[in-house]
Design a protein around this ligand. Structure first.
Ligand SMILES: NC(=O)c1ccc[n+]([C@@H]2O[C@H](COP(=O)([O-])OP(=O)(O)OC[C@H]3O[C@@H](n4cnc5c(N)ncnc54)[C@H](O)[C@@H]3O)[C@@H](O)[C@H]2O)c1
Ligand SMILES: O=C(O)[C@H](O)[C@H](O)COP(=O)(O)O
Length: 383
C-alpha cells in the first residue's frame, strides 16, 4: 500500500512502516495530484479533505491525527465508503495545560487570584470537562455552557451562553466549528456578545478560530482595550488578522494541543482505527516508545503556598510565554503567515503536566492536592 502522511505527524515509520511505502509532505502541499496514487491518507487540520482532493484517487482510508474534523467532508467520505478516523481526546490534556499556563501567567501579571474569579467554559467535552475538573480541584468556580450535552443529559446545572458571558470573569471557548443545526458554533461569539462582555473580562479561544468573530473582537479592542485576550486559534489561519495579533495579550499559532504526548497519541489512535479498518492486528503500542524526558521531576523541599508552588511547576513544565515570544520572534523574521506555519513545523518538544513528577515532603496536605489537581504527579518523599 502507498501511504501519504502529513510531515507534522510524529512516529510515522514506527506505526505505519509495516503497511507499505510512506510518502511525507507538508500539509499545505497535499494536493489531488499527490493523493491520486495513494491508498491511505493521514492528515492534520490544515489539509481540506473533500471531493476536490480525493475524487478519482485510490484512497480508501483517511485518518486525521486531530480532535477537530471541520477540515474533512465527512458526508463525502461516507458516500464514497472511504474509511475514516480522527483522534478524539488525543491532545485534550495539552490544551488544558495551555489554558492553565495562560491563566497563571495573566494572574501574575495583572495581580489577581484565580480562586476569586469565575471561569465560564463554553463546550464541556474532552477539553472543557477536563479543564473544569482541574479548576474545581483548586476551588475555582466554573460555569458551564454546553447545550447539546444539557439536552442529551437533561442537565439543569449548565447555563446558556448569554448568562455565562454576563456572569463569568473568564470566558474560555472549547467548541468544535460547526455550521449546521440549532447549536452551530460559527461566530457563536459574535459582535453582540463581544459587546456584552464587561470590561476586564478575559476571553480565551483554544477551540477553532471562527467560533469567535475576529473582526468584531478587533473593533472592540481598537475602540476600548478593556478585555484581556488569549488567542491560540484564528480565522483564516495562517493569514491571520495582523491588527488583531497586535492587540491580543497572548497570541500563539494554534499550538495549544502541541505536546509531544498529544501528537503521539493522535498517531496511535489513527493507527489503531486503520488496522481495524483493514482487519489487521494492531501490534504497535505507544507504551513501547519512550520519548526523552529531560525534566522528569521537581523536588519541593518544604511547604509552599499552593499557588506559588503551582506557578513554579507550570513555568518549569510548560510556560505559554515560550510560545508567545517564539511566535513573535518568527514573525519579525518571516512575516506573520509564514511564521504561523513555520513555528508549528519546528515546534520545540513540549511534555504534558502529567509527565512531571513533583516530590513533596510528608504533611504538605493542601499542596499535594493542588499539585495533583493541576495535573502533575505528586509523590511523597521517604524522608
Ligand atoms: N487549539 C488547539 O490546539 C486544539 C486542540 C484540540 C482541539 N481543539 C478544538 O477544540 C474542540 C473541542 O475539543 P474537545 O476534544 O473538547 O471536543 P469534544 O467533541 O469532546 O467536545 C466538544 C463539546 O462542545 C459542545 N458543543 C457543541 N456545540 C456547542 C455550542 N453551540 N455551545 C456550547 N457547547 C457546544 C459539545 O456538546 C461537546 O461537549 C475541537 O473540536 C477542536 O476543534 C483545538
Ligand atoms: O483538533 C486538534 O486536534 C488540534 O486543533 C490540533 O492540535 C491542530 O494541529 P494541526 O492539525 O493543525 O497540526
Amino acid at each position: 500500500m502507498r501511504i501519504l502522511v502529513d510531515q507534522n505527524v510524529p512516529l510515522v515509520e514506527e506505526f505505519f512502516g509495516e503497511l507499505g511505502e510512506i510518502v511525507r509532505l507538508p500539509g499545505r502541499e497535499i494536493t489531488a495530484e499527490a493523493v491520486r496514487d495513494k491508498d491511505i491518507l493521514v492528515v492534520r487540520s490544515i489539509t481540506r479533505v473533500d471531493a476536490g482532493l480525493l475524487e478519482g484517487s485510490r484512497v480508501r482510508f483517511v485518518g486525521t491525527c486531530t480532535i477537530g474534523t471541520d477540515h474533512v467532508d465527512l458526508d463525502y467520505l461516507r458516500e464514497r465508503q472511504i474509511g475514516f478516523a480522527s483522534a478524539p481526546g488525543s491532545n485534550a490534556e495539552s490544551v488544558v495545560d495551555y489554558v492553565l499556563s495562560s491563566l497563571l501567567m495573566l494572574a501574575e501579571e495583572e495581580d489577581f487570584v484565580l480562586t476569586d474569579r469565575t471561569v465560564g467554559i463554553v463546550g464541556a467535552g474532552s477539553v472543557g470537562d477536563r479543564l473544569r475538573r482541574r479548576l474545581e480541584e483548586l476551588d475555582v468556580t466554573c460555569l458551564i455552557c454546553d447545550p447539546p450535552r444539557a439536552e442529551q443529559e437533561g442537565r439543569d446545572d449548565f447555563v446558556d451562553i448569554d448568562t455565562l458571558i454576563e456572569r463569568a470573569d473568564i470566558v474560555t471557548l472549547h467548541t468544535p466549528l460547526t455550521d449546521e443545526g440549532e447549536h452551530a458554533t460559527r461566530h457563536l461569539i459574535d459582535a453582540t456578545r463581544i459587546e456584552a462582555m464587561t470590561p476586564g473580562t478575559l476571553l480565551i479561544n483554544a477551540g477553532r478560530g471562527a467560533c469567535l468573530d475576529n473582526a468584531a473582537l478587533r473593533r472592540r479592542l481598537e475602540q476600548r482595550a478593556d478585555l484581556r485576550t488569549v488567542l491560540d486559534v484564528w480565522e483564516d489561519e495562517p493569514a491571520i488578522d495582523e491588527a488583531l495579533y497586535g492587540l491580543v495579550d497572548i497570541a500563539t499559532p494554534h499550538i495549544a494541543g502541541y505536546s509531544l504526548d498529544g501528537k503521539m497519541r493522535g498517531t496511535e489512535l489513527v493507527y489503531q482505527a486503520m488496522m481495524r479498518h483493514y482487519g489487521l492486528p494492531a501490534r504497535r503500542k505507544l507504551g513501547q516508545i519512550k520519548p526523552d524526558n529531560w525534566l522528569r521531576k521537581i523536588v519541593l523541599s518544604g511547604w509552599a503556598p499552593p499557588m506559588e508552588a503551582l506557578s513554579l511547576c507550570v513555568r518549569a513544565c510548560y510556560d505559554v510565554r515560550r510560545d508567545m515570544l517564539g511566535f513573535e520572534r518568527y514573525r519579525r523574521r518571516l512575516g506573520l503567515a509564514e511564521a504561523f506555519d513555520r513555528y508549528r513545523a519546528e515546534y520545540p518538544v513540549r511534555r504534558e503536566f502529567s509527565t512531571l513528577r513533583v516530590d513533596l515532603k510528608k504533611n504538605t496536605g493542601d499542596l499535594r492536592d493542588a499539585i495533583e489537581g493541576f495535573g502533575f504527579k505528586p509523590k511523597l518523599a521517604n524522608k
